[in-house]
Design a protein around this ligand. Structure first.
Ligand code: IMP
Ligand code: MG
Length: 185
């Protein structure tokens, strides 16, 4: 994990929880379906999805839930450019209305890949929701239907997001500061 350190908190757990509440208030009506399936992209979305689903319950929404594991990043902060499925969903999504959840929309490759894949599996609709969005990093043109926070181009960890598989457990979002020889961020 060395040598880098966590410096600035970008969003506290209270700010995140308030924003998640607002997002669910805004999206609940669009999620009404007799066949709603929430799909989380692992591993970054696990905490976000867990909070979303409990708020959706308050709105009387009862989705089926599954996860897909996609890999594109190596151990650093830069995407390799290609996305692959390392664990696919197992629920049947033919005819389903999907709410696809990711932690952050960066280059757009992961979300685009996942959305196309679920469409190919026969989903009736695929709506996307990410906690964070870094529009300045976009390579593949895609916008999420629901976004929590739009941020500048810096690397964040916590609330499910990792650096080299660490820091996912932090209840807040923080900026990682790299030493000059690390990363291109
Ligand atoms: P994309 O395919 O480039 O849009 O990348 C999306 C994935 O990259 C996310 O699911 C994250 O796992 C990872 N990622 C992008 N930016 C960050 C960041 O600032 N912190 C942690 N993970 C990130
Ligand atoms: Mg990641």
């Amino acid at each position: 994990m060395d040598p880098h350190h966590i410096r600035d908190i970008v969003y506290t757990d209270a700010q995140i929880s308030r924003r998640v509440d607002e997002m669910v208030d805004a999206m609940a009506d669009h999620c009404r379906s007799d066949n709603l399936v929430m799909i989380g992209i692992l591993r970054g979305s696990f905490m976000f999805l867990a909070d979303l689903v409990r708020d959706l319950y308050e709105h009387n929404l009862h989705p089926r839930i599954d996860f897909i594991t996609l890999e594109s990043y190596g151990s650093g902060t830069e995407s390799s450019g290609s996305v692959k499925i390392t664990k696919d969903i197992t629920v049947d999504v033919a005819g389903a209305d999907i709410l696809l959840i990711d932690d952050i929309l960066d280059t757009g490759r992961t979300l685009t890949y996942a959305k196309d894949h679920l469409t190919q599996l026969g989903a009736r609709s695929v709506k996307t929701c990410t906690l964070l969005d870094k529009p300045s990093r976009r390579i593949v043109p895609i916008e999420a239907d629901h976004v929590g926070f739009t941020i500048e181009d810096f690397f964040v960890v916590g609330y499910g997001l990792d650096y080299d598989s660490y820091y996912r457990e932090l209840p807040y979002l923080a900026k990682v500061t790299f030493t000059p020889d690390q990363s291109n961020h």
